[in-house]
Design a protein. Structure first.
Length: 236
């Protein structure tokens, strides 16, 4: 570990980028499982284990760095990096859980209708795009990327609401996979929520902490930190 705290923090940031890249790969592999390719499940588990390893290493490094004599600014930055690593770890667990749901459906010979599979692909698009935005700009969050990600948040919200309505119709029709499909929708909602929190946390990193100004680590859910405007109620 470098003696220079700024170099050490940069190494932690690079490891978080590795976590984000692996998270994206897990997400794309999960979509393949949704399409019936359950062979991807073993790869997903291996990738999850790699994320767990990176998460453990990052937190251990941050704890070690915190034991040094560091400024309030870097203490705040390390706290934010720890939060980012935790958020990515939780997001990956949600992705793996969704992959297992698809695998269970395959084992029980429950097939997704073309409409349901199309809905899954549609929900995946804004999530994938936002993951790519995160991993290509982290730890920065340029205003243009922030706007694009917020637009995708709203897009996902609309798609989720539409799929919830379709789920209720299938539930009324007593479809064999309606209950499991609702869990899949919930998974997309949670993944979208984690990505949104990652975006907001990246914005927090642009506000250096000082003895007189320590930015809030957890932002109010109704505020969008990119513009200061209120997000629409219920946005994902």
């Amino acid at each position: 570990m470098p003696d220079d705290i700024s170099e050490a923090a940069e190494l932690v940031e690079k490891e978080i980028v590795h976590m984000l890249y692996t998270a994206k790969d897990i997400f794309l592999s999960t979509l393949q499982v949704a399409g019936g390719n359950v062979d991807q499940c073993s790869r997903i588990v291996q990738s999850r284990d790699y994320v767990d390893y990176l998460h453990t290493q990052i937190i251990s490094t941050i704890v070690s760095l915190s034991d040094r004599e560091i400024s309030v600014e870097y203490a705040g930055r390390l706290a934010i990096l720890a939060r980012v690593a935790d958020l990515v770890s939780v997001m990956v667990k949600q992705m793996v859980s969704m992959a297992k749901k698809f695998e269970t459906m395959k084992e029980k010979k429950i097939e997704l209708s073309p409409e349901s599979f199309a809905g899954i692909q549609e929900m995946a698009v804004p999530c994938t795009e936002n993951l790519v935005h995160l991993l290509t700009t982290f730890p920065e969050m340029p205003e243009e990327i922030d706007r694009k990600m917020r637009a995708n948040d709203e897009r996902l919200r609309l798609i989720l609401n539409w799929n919830y309505k379709l789920y209720l119709i299938r539930l009324a029709a007593k479809s064999s996979y309606s209950a499991m499909f609702s869990e899949i929708i919930f998974s997309f909602e949670r993944i979208g929520s984690m990505i949104r929190e990652l975006r907001k946390t990246c914005i927090s990193m642009a506000q250096p902490a000082s003895a007189l100004n320590v930015p809030d680590l957890i932002k109010p859910p109704h505020l969008d930190e990119g513009t200061g405007d209120e997000e629409q109620s219920g946005a994902v």
